[in-house]
Design a binder for this molecule. Structure first.
Ligand SMILES: NC(=O)c1ccc[n+]([C@@H]2O[C@H](COP(=O)([O-])OP(=O)(O)OC[C@H]3O[C@@H](n4cnc5c(N)ncnc54)[C@H](OP(=O)(O)O)[C@@H]3O)[C@@H](O)[C@H]2O)c1
Length: 250
């Protein structure tokens, strides 16, 4: 019988770190599900890049804050590909997308809905099929901002990130009996294609002042942590910090 190809679902993989992690995990031989909510063209480009490297990927739309949509996504993945082996909870609300009419309460709800509720909903659907996917992996993408005081406009974001660490430990304990590991990847500032749009040159220099290595990390340097978490079967409930020394720098 033909062996089933292992499947990795990366939420929010149409750009930035998610796109990079999708490409890297495809190199390990996984069929990668490039999830997106609003950007089909960008997700399509990521899939094309993965195909041109000789690997396999499919773009799939799903607003991960929508419970029914998440259930439908996992059911489709089960039916078409035999389920999900690696779940990377990476999607977040782009800080650039905040609209002027969006109140603090509305912003809080949207940040939490995607960054936290989305990770919870996806992890629960993954768990539903856990006994059939031994040696699976969940990786929650947090941030070094979870552990330090933040500017007022980033408080919802950093709070959602800190809560992800709680999710990691709870799912790690619950899923250990299936051989499934659950870990957190906590990057510092990442040199994505949108970094300067978000913080500008001056913001970049200021942020570098808080980083011992005085620069942003590349997407690949962060994705190295994902590969480690996927390939290692004895680490669970842990945090992989990759931040150039941001948490301890003055
Ligand atoms: N960038 C940094 O410096 C940095 C630092 C530390 C940690 N991180 C963390 O690293 C991860 C990736 O960051 P990034 O900067 O690469 O992200 P990003 O550029 O803001 O991209 C976010 C992704 O999430 C998707 N998304 C948004 N809403 C969604 C929804 N409702 N359902 C499904 N997908 C949705 C977007 O796709 P659509 O356009 O299709 O919606 C996009 O692909 C995030 O968890 C972030 O918090 C980033």
């Amino acid at each position: 019988m033909k062996e089933r190809k292992k499947v990795a679902l990366i939420t929010g993989a149409s750009q930035g770190l998610g796109a990079c992690m999708a490409k890297r995990i495809a190199e390990l031989g996984y069929l990668v599900i490039v999830n997106y909510a609003h950007s089909p063209e960008r997700a399509g480009q990521v899939v094309e890049q993965i195909h041109s490297a000789g690997n396999r990927a499919v773009a799939m739309k799903c607003d991960i804050s929508d419970e029914a949509a998440v259930k439908a996504l996992f059911a489709e993945l089960e039916e078409k590909f035999g389920g999900v082996d690696v779940l990377v909870n990476n999607a977040r609300v782009d800080p650039l997308s905040r609209r002027p009419e969006e109140t603090d309460g509305m912003w809080w709800d949207r940040v939490m809905a995607v960054g936290l509720r989305g990770a919870y909903l996806c992890s629960n659907e993954f768990t539903r099929y856990a006994d059939r996917h031994r040696n699976g992996r969940i990786v929650n993408v947090s941030s070094c901002r979870a552990h330090r005081p933040n500017e007022l406009e980033s408080i919802a974001y950093s709070t959602s990130k800190l809560a992800l660490h709680c999710l990691t430990r709870s799912y790690a304990a619950a899923l250990a009996r299936y051989g499934i590991t659950v870990n957190t990847l906590a990057p510092g500032m990442i040199a994505t294609e949108n970094m300067f749009k978000r913080i500008g040159r001056r913001g970049y220099e200021t942020e570098c002042g808080n980083i011992a290595l005085h620069r942003a990390g590349t997407c690949d340097e962060i994705a190295d942590g994902l590969i480690w978490a996927v390939e290692n079967g004895f680490m669970t409930g842990e945090t992989i910090n990759i931040n150039g020394g941001q948490t301890y720098a003055p």
